[in-house]
Structures are given as C-alpha cells and as structure tokens.
Write a protein that binds this ligand. Structure first.
Ligand code: NAD
Length: 306
C-alpha cells in the first residue's frame, strides 16, 4: 500500500436516488444534511411526497451519481421510464451484488459501480426513513477488473458523505461475505422462530432476550429476505454448510470458539491507500475501510495496533 497514485480532483456531482423507501429516503436525507444536491423518483406517490417534504427534488431526470435503491427484483428495470444523463455513474444499494452486476453491467458497462450499505432495519418504506441510518456503517463499493476508479471514487464519496466507511470488494467477495454475516443469520432466525413455535406456547411465553436477539431480523418483510437469500443462493448454501459443521462439534468447543470471535478486541491502525485496484482490494480483504478522501490518497484504517 505504499505506491502513490494521485486521487483526481472532481467537482461534487449531484445525486439522483431511484426508490425513496427506507434506504433511498434515508440516503437522500443524509446527503442533503451533508450539503449535497439530491433529486429522486419513486413509483409510489406517497414516497415521492414524503421525500419532497424533506426537500428532495422529485424528477424523472437524473444525473451525476444515480443510486438505485429499489427492491432487488426491480433493479434491472429501475431506470425504465427515467432519463439518466448518458455520463451518469450508476450505483445501487442491493443486498446482493453478483446478480445486479449481471443485470446492469451489460447495458451500463463501466458506468455501473455496485454498492451495498451494511445497515437498515426490519422496517421498510418511506415511514422508516432515518437520516442517521448510515452513520458509522460499512458500505461495500465494488471493484471489478474493469472498474473505472474515477467513477468508483464518486460512489465512495456519496457513501462517505452519508457518514459511512467504504469497504472495497469484488461482487463475488461481497456475496460470499454477506452470505456468512447476513443471509445465513436471516435463515437461522427463521429456523429458530419455527423451532420455538414447534416447542409450544409455553416456550414462546418464556422467550426473552436471547430469543429476541436471535430472531429479530426475521421480522423483516419476507419478500425482501427471500429475494436476498435466493439471489445469493450458492454462497448462502456454502455458508450454511459451514454452520452445520460447527453445530456438529462438541458444544463446549463450539461455545468457546464463537465467544472468542465476538469478544476479540482488534485495534485500528490508520493507513493511507492510493486509488489503485489492488491496493483497494487488499484493504477490503484485510478487514479495513476508507474513512476519508485526502488530496492524494484515501485515508483508511486496518485492524491492528500501533
Ligand atoms: N432494508 C435493509 O435492511 C437493507 C439494507 C441494505 C440494503 N438494502 C437494499 O436496499 C434496497 C431498498 O431496500 P429498502 O429496505 O429501502 O426497501 P423499501 O421497500 O423500504 O423501499 C423501496 C422503495 O422502492 C420503490 N420502488 C419499487 N420499485 C420501484 C421502481 N421501479 N422505480 C422507483 N421506485 C421503486 C418502492 O415504492 C419503495 O418506496 C434493496 O435492494 C435492498 O436489498 C436493504
């Protein structure tokens, strides 16, 4: 990470958000609070009205960085009926990256840079908008072999402006990682809930903190969860196989190993990384993130002390 490639200076582009529900509406609100110019569109008039009331310019004409914040099944057609500037950079917030890259990549080429903020709640729709949703969250921004790094930086700067930290990863790396930390937990939460119900009303009556924590995410809209796990079926099945193998270990060993992972205290070491593909991917693979753009570098952190 020692090479020094200059980070290009660019005017701050406007942001157009398609889909003004929980994620898109929250992003629009966070960006406006950060002084960015934001416009947007939603098929639902109520979502448009709510966003307009927060100051978002409602329009079908989008430019700068266009953010697709629609449900996964609507990603491929989200730009239909809208006018996007031919030079606009297009990103999305979808929870799975490989299928969206396959759907949008052929038409958009290097104008498309995938993204996924690791935040959100089990609520949905414009009533769930929270301008602080992205504060301190990790936000994956995809780096592929043909990624235009100037466009990557434009997307990364949207994430940073919303208060997030940027984690570079390929779509395939992202999908394998989120299978383990998000998609499997949704399935496990569903299985726990069903198994507790099978145990009978007494069990559900006694359910308290550990049951609530273990099942919280399955309160999400089932259509959202199904689109997510089915859209990432291969990596999710592989991650489930690893979970099954752990469940077959002696329980004391399993508990000890899991406890060690969640109580480990990794420090943070600040590093500077050039805007270069290998350096960005190396940062993401090490568990680090971009926190700030400096004149000639990206300021980042990696796990470690010192
Ligand atoms: N909810 C989460 O926890 C979470 C977290 C990270 C990423 N995501 C991703 O973010 C995206 C949005 O999720 P959300 O939770 O904000 O959903 P949401 O249901 O709250 O909002 C989606 C919005 O998109 C609108 N919409 C649907 N089709 C449209 C179209 N063709 N054109 C314009 N608007 C359209 C809907 O009317 C709705 O307002 C999804 O792709 C999801 O995978 C969700």
């Amino acid at each position: 990470m020692a090479e020094t490639f200059p980070v290009p200076t660019m005017p701050v582009p406007p942001v157009g958000v398609v889909g003004l529900g929980q994620l898109g509406g929250s992003l629009a609100a966070a960006l406006m609070a950060a002084g960015r110019q934001v416009s947007g569109w939603d098929v639902d008039p109520a979502a448009r009205e709510a966003a307009a009331a927060r100051g978002v310019t409602i329009t079908r004409e989008l430019s700068g960085v266009v953010v697709l914040a629609v449900p996964l099944p609507a990603m491929a057609t989200a730009l239909d009926g809208l006018t996007a500037d031919p030079d606009a950079t297009v990103t999305d917030l979808g929870s799975v990256k490989g299928p969206v890259l396959q759907a949008l990549g052929p038409a958009l080429g290097t104008r498309y840079v995938g993204g996924h903020p690791m935040c959100g709640t089990e609520r949905s729709g414009h009533a769930a908008v929270d301008p602080a949703l992205f504060t301190g969250a990790r936000w994956a921004v995809c780096v592929e072999p043909d990624t235009d790094l100037t466009r990557w930086l434009r997307v990364a700067e949207v994430a940073l402006a919303a208060g997030a930290e940027v984690v570079p990863a390929t779509a395939a790396e992202h999908d394998a990682a989120v299978a383990a930390i998000s998609h499997v937990p949704h399935l496990l939460a569903a299985a726990l809930a069903r198994a507790a119900a099978d145990a009978g009303p007494l069990a559900l009556a006694l359910a308290a903190g550990s049951f609530r924590d273990g099942t919280r995410v399955i309160g999400s809209d089932p259509a959202f969860v199904t689109a997510m796990v089915e859209g990432n079926a291969g990596p999710t099945a592989e991650a489930l196989t690893r979970v099954r193998a752990h469940l077959d270990r002696p329980w004391a060993e399993l508990v000890e190993g899991g406890h060690a992972v969640v109580t480990r205290q990794d420090g943070r070491r600040t590093v500077r990384v050039p805007l270069e593909r290998a350096a960005l991917l190396s940062l993401g693979r090490s568990g680090g993130a971009v926190t700030r753009r400096l004149a000639a570098f990206l300021e980042c952190w990696v796990p470690g002390n010192g």
